[in-house]
Write a protein that binds this ligand. Sequence first.
Ligand code: FAD
Ligand code: NAI
Length: 477
Amino acid sequence: MEMSKQFDVVVIGGGPGGYIAAIRAAQLGFNTACIDEWKNAKNGPAPGGTCTNVGCIPSKALLQSSEHYEHAGHAFADHGIEVKGLGLNLGQMLARKDSVVKQNNEGILYLFKKNKVTFFHGRGSFVKGDASAYEIKVAGAAEETITAKHIILATGSNPRALPGTPFDEKLILSNTGALAIDAVPAKLGVIGAGVIGLEMGSVWRRLGSDVSVLEALPTFLGAVDEQIAKEASKLFTKQGLKVSLGVKIGAITAGKNDVTVEYVDAAGAAQKAVYDKLIVSIGRIPNTIGLNAEGVGLQLDERGFIAVDGDCKTNLPNVWAVGDVVRGPMLAHKAEEEGVAVAERIAGQHGHVNFNTIPWVIYTSPEIAWVGKTEQQLKADGVAYKAGTFPFLANGRARALGDTSGMVKFLADAKTDEILGVHIVGPMASELISEAVVAMEFRASAEDIARICHAHPSLSEATKEAALAVDKRSLNF
Ligand code: FAD
Ligand code: NAI
């Protein structure tokens, strides 16, 4: 049977923004296609984008494996579990990570089939078009042209390289290489103490590397609530992660088997460090390569992102853009929410994304998670607020788990008591933050959470207790 070449909606990019937009569009009754060029090791399709292939999923797989290894090494003894002859089979660890990725790639292909989304494996680019229809070339194993009235661009982002220091993925690694190092490096350098630097630095430190992180800014995790960032910094230092702030990176020279980084430290002294591998994680840049954006007059902003309005509309009629390739946080769940909202807007519905309730999580140990405003933002905005904190040290479940590091912190409006921000550093912060997101989405007060029954013993009681602490009446601290 010949495949239809005319669609209602064509999505370019099959990452979390694109594949979710395609599924939602198909659910809404549109004849939908999704084009993605990512290739697996056998040159076959590997939809899921950065997140599935070299981001969220493989990093969490390695974070989990490396945490098991570290726990088996010292945390189990306290529970009376003796582990003898502990060994690391890094090949197996990496193979497991690859198989987790593969399951996710296959899951997306299955979802496309289930929802009747037509998948094209190849690069999509604009040929021409106007409000009535756009022609898109798909360059894959074969070349073909498809048309659609509505186009959703979800082409994601690429790692930013240091000027003059391209990634070779052997010694100088982006996230792709950092997830596939085949022998634990004795000395690992990381440039950039952001989310990737801390997560990947944690993985390799747990597996035995001596990890040094070099950060340009003078403050650690500047976007995180200061109290939480300070607590996290203390805990990471105790684990042996060395973070140098306020450095200025100079020359980087790749040798045969190592990399030399010259930099000026915060005190102004010239330093030279030699690493077996160097991860460069200094942010990501939007990916519009190969779209032929210029050919159809698609506007980019001054930083190279596809310019969109609050509804993800571009300057071209019926062309939308979502995810990492547009403004806003570079997070998979933000991309997904925008994808759903755009599909619903195409259907004439009122898709909605609330940027104030997008949660952030850093999957270190302990995890760091937050939603809403930080204390420093509230101060800068002149908002009168009340704060309440509760340490996991005083939580029964955390003690039973043997993981009592960190705290939950609530920030609420001084007059109305509406929750303005929740910040967590501690065990399972990634799961605990959801309660705060729901509460903020419903515009709950701290008192609402304080009066809701939470299961005992559970880590979520720390959330309730922090809400009680806003009114200075926590019960267990
Ligand atoms: P992408 O996932 O980048 O997908 C874009 C897709 O489009 C790719 O498959 C690309 O090949 C394809 N493409 C591009 N151009 C074309 C074209 N012209 N034709 C066809 N296909 C094209 N976020 C979280 O929320 N949680 C996490 O835990 C997390 N961990 C991360 C860990 C790492 C190491 C990294 C690097 C990122 C992580 N992120 C995480 C961020 C997350 O991966 C991104 O925010 C997310 O992938 C963005 O989704 P997207 O759909 O916009 O783009
Ligand atoms: P990032 O923006 O989180 O951190 C980059 C860090 O590098 C910053 O602290 C910055 O000050 C520093 N930096 C920039 N230039 C520098 C230089 N020349 N020298 C030294 N330091 C420098 O970016 P990162 O870690 O690359 O991650 C990219 C994005 O991917 C994140 O912002 C996030 O959106 C996403 N991500 C999300 C994850 C999650 O949700 N758990 C995990 C990993 C990535």
